[in-house]
Design a protein around this ligand. Structure first.
Ligand SMILES: [Zn+2]
Length: 305
């Protein structure tokens, strides 16, 4: 009889453990999932959600967002998201079909560029007419190079995360906004070391427009005359670029993800401008947006001051 009571008690203890474990599992499964298309925006969303939602990034960090296409598994992840956060303005060109199909299936999509002041390609930026992606007036997707655009996106996400996912991130948004303001001041201070006559930017493709606008640089030319790294440069484009570099006495050419190293070298050799690697589209080792943006500014200051 005593033995039976012992087994009954042991059974009860095991049952309680099993129920507790399964409750824990259920709680884990009910966490909402956010899929962000690219890593730089993903790191900000990760900091904003702070564990209150699962955040996944589609385009692996370090791969070119202008060309990346999802695998079958990548498409499944997008379709199963509670919320998709995309950049928009054609950045995720290789994901467009997959994102459209997710939208058609009823998945919530937040488009970051809907909440910022969009920059358009202006005259004299080294962009010829013709290709719709290159014409003057085309919308520039590289919004993340300006920390105050990221701040606008953070603030726009607060009510969306509350309404669509039921998570409150107002406290996190407030502290992130303060840090983004501080980052902006730090960059403005750092670039003030660059003399006015050196504030000219030549990059691999036209990726630094928001940064240039915020911190007072002139976009003087690009190796690939496009908002996407996936276009090509003609001989006439290259001749015009070399002339722009010489006329404007440009000190450095910034080579980036998707730029042909040989082409950058040729431009550097023929103009005397220094070729400098600039990380414009990927997170650094610590996966922090703040480190990314500080390094971006520091590389420019070092090359042009
Ligand atoms: Zn780009």
């Amino acid at each position: 009889m005593r033995l039976a009571r012992y087994f009954l008690l042991a059974g009860l203890v095991i049952a309680v453990i099993i129920i507790a474990a399964s409750c824990h599992q259920t709680a884990h499964k009910t966490k909402k999932s956010i899929v962000v298309t690219y890593s730089i925006l993903g790191s900000i969303v990760q900091e904003l959600a702070d564990g209150r939602a699962d955040v996944t990034v589609s385009i692996p960090n370090g791969l070119d967002p202008h060309e990346w296409e999802p695998s079958a598994k990548g498409i499944e992840t997008v379709n199963n998201a509670d919320l998709i956060i995309q950049n928009g303005l054609g950045l995720e060109a290789g994901m467009e079909k997959c994102l459209k199909s997710a939208r058609d299936k009823g998945v919530n999509i937040f488009t970051a560029s809907d909440y910022i002041e969009i920059r358009h390609v202006g005259p004299g930026e080294g962009i010829p007419t013709g290709d719709p992606d290159q014409i003057i007036g085309a919308a520039d997707p590289h919004l993340w190079t300006d920390p105050l655009m990221i701040k606008d996106i953070v603030q726009a996400l607060v009510p969306v995360l509350k309404k669509k996912l039921g998570i409150d991130v107002a406290d996190r948004a407030a502290s992130l906004s303060t840090r983004l303001d501080e980052l902006n001041v730090r960059i403005a201070d750092a670039v003030s070391l660059i003399p006015d006559e050196n504030r000219k930017i030549v990059t691999g493709h036209e990726s630094m427009g928001y940064f240039a606008k915020r911190y007072g640089f002139k976009l003087t030319g690009v190796i690939i005359p496009s908002l996407s790294s996936q276009a090509a440069a003609s001989a006439a484009d290259l001749a015009a670029l070399k002339e722009a570099i010489a006329t404007n006495n440009v000190k450095a050419v910034f080579s980036e993800l998707g730029t042909s190293p040989a082409l950058a070298r040729t431009v550097g050799n023929e103009t005397g401008a220094r070729v400098v690697e600039l990380n414009t589209h990927a997170l650094p080792l610590d996966r922090s947006y703040f480190t990314y943006e500080r390094e971006l500014a520091d590389t420019i200051v070092k090359a042009l001051k």
